[in-house]
Design a protein around this ligand. Structure first.
Ligand code: HAM
Length: 413
């Protein structure tokens, strides 16, 4: 049987791993500038951590979690998202003594979804969270960090920032009741999928992509009719701040987000280049969630972005791996080559040798790899205790002693 990877998973190599590493370094740089501390959590957690907070009736909990019994009958789950594990880690390790706590992390998440373009069963997320602040600036700061990261990774890409406010939990609960009633009254015209959601989570009908559902949703009650004065105020200040920072956005009253824990501010960066999986980054406020998980009654806000979706929008070639290629004409001179390798290692100059003794093949490999320098080791070099260094871009070539190699490479790089 042919070896294959598990459906919905993928290997990272070549161009994709280069993109992953670029994203990683942009994220760490921005996290540092904005004083977010790195927090890595385990991939397995107790299942209970996710069931209630994500919404016991949500798709993630009902259908998408990879859950299994451990040998001692503990029910464990591969983390489907990062927010709840981060809160768990903050509580477990007493990190909430000093607030606000600003944390970030990057790592794999697992959801048993139907795989398609931009949707995987194992995927990587970037995650930023702020615990313990309800200042509108924390919402703004997180959106700005997201915007800065996306802009530096995708400078040519027009991602559209969508924002909305869901009001307080009480507002949201009143709204859900009204919305369910409206959809019950219009049940005949809704898709079967949406009918199932009327009682479970009527909000999700609002972001259905089915034509009939969209048509019915147009006349549904709107969340902005339900949100209280404080939430409105908070939301207005965020919009003001976005204008102050010149960040373009659209207000999307149907933006509700897929997980149950949200209230107040919600936002998404969307693209029109990825088909139906068009959300690159999404997040919002989840006041109340930290106390549900056994922590203090403090607010929280954050976002996550899918690395695979960002990668699909990036335009990056495989980078050149090594700066020096070694070419040796005969095994007789191997010790002379080994001396050069030791020197390159000690001087932290990246090199490649294909373990072959064929000058022509080595030169052509160096050419395809676009290596900058080639060091040639043949009879003359061996006899004179020297090395011939060739600069591939110009063809110029010099015979040098080992101790002069570093200087030459630095000068010509
Ligand atoms: P989410 O909207 O479920 O939110 O996921 C955030 C991002 O992860 C999506 O916008 C997408 O880019 C990526 N993503 C999600 N599922 C998949 C998948 N199956 N394949 C590839 N990429 C995927 C959350 O996870 C929240 N925890 C975000 C958050 C953090 N809210 C507050 N703090």
């Amino acid at each position: 049987m042919k070896l294959r990877s598990v459906r919905g998973t993928h290997d990272l190599f070549g161009e994709d791993i280069n993109k992953y590493n670029i994203i990683n370094s942009v994220v760490s740089k921005n996290a540092k500038i904005n004083s977010f501390k790195e927090l890595q959590t385990p991939i397995i957690e107790f299942t209970d951590l996710f069931s209630k907070p994500l919404g016991e009736q949500s798709d993630v909990v009902l259908k998408e979690m990879y859950t299994f019994k451990d040998r001692n009958d503990d029910l464990l789950t591969l983390r489907p998202e990062y927010t709840t594990p981060m809160i768990r880690a903050a509580i477990t390790n007493n990190l909430l003594n000093e607030l606000p706590l600003k944390v970030y992390g990057i790592g794999p998440m697992f959801r048993r979804e139907r795989p398609q373009k931009g949707r995987y069963r194992q995927f990587n997320q970037i995650n930023f969270e702020i615990f313990g602040s309800n200042d509108y600036f924390s919402d703004l700061e997180l959106i700005c960090v997201a915007n800065d990261i996306l802009k530096s990774i995708l400078p040519k890409n027009e991602l559209i920032l969508n924002i909305n406010s869901l009001g307080s939990r009480a507002n949201l609960s009143e709204y859900k009741t009204k919305l369910s009633k409206y959809f019950i009254d219009n049940k005949q015209k809704l898709s079967a999928d949406s009918v199932n959601k009327i009682h479970l989570n009527p909000l999700r009908i609002l972001d259905s992509k089915n034509e009939n559902d969209i048509c019915i949703s147009k006349n549904a009650p709107m969340i902005n009719e339900f949100i209280n004065k404080d939430s409105k105020n908070h939301y207005e200040k965020i919009k003001d701040g976005l204008k102050f920072y010149n960040i373009k956005f659209i207000e999307n009253l149907n933006l509700v987000r897929g997980l149950d824990y949200y209230c107040s501010t919600v936002f998404e960066f969307k693209t029109n280049q990825l088909g139906s999986q068009d959300t690159v980054l999404g997040g919002g406020r989840y006041d109340g969630l930290i106390s549900i998980l056994g922590g203090p009654d403090i607010s929280g806000i954050g976002w996550a972005a899918g690395i695979e979706r960002i990668s699909m929008l990036m335009d990056v070639n495989e980078t050149i791996d090594s700066s020096v290629h070694l070419a040796i004409t005969d095994e007789k001179y191997k010790k002379h080559l080994m001396k050069a390798i030791k020197y390159l290692q000690e001087n932290e100059i990246s090199f490649y040798w294909n373990y072959k003794y064929n000058l022509k093949k080595s030169l052509s490999k160096a050419n395809t790899n676009q290596t900058k320098f080639i060091i040639i080791i043949g009879e003359d070099e061996y006899n004179r205790d020297s090395y011939t260094v060739k600069l591939l871009s110009t063809g110029e070539q010099h015979e040098l002693t080992l101790d002069r190699l570093k200087q030459f490479i630095n000068d010509k790089s």
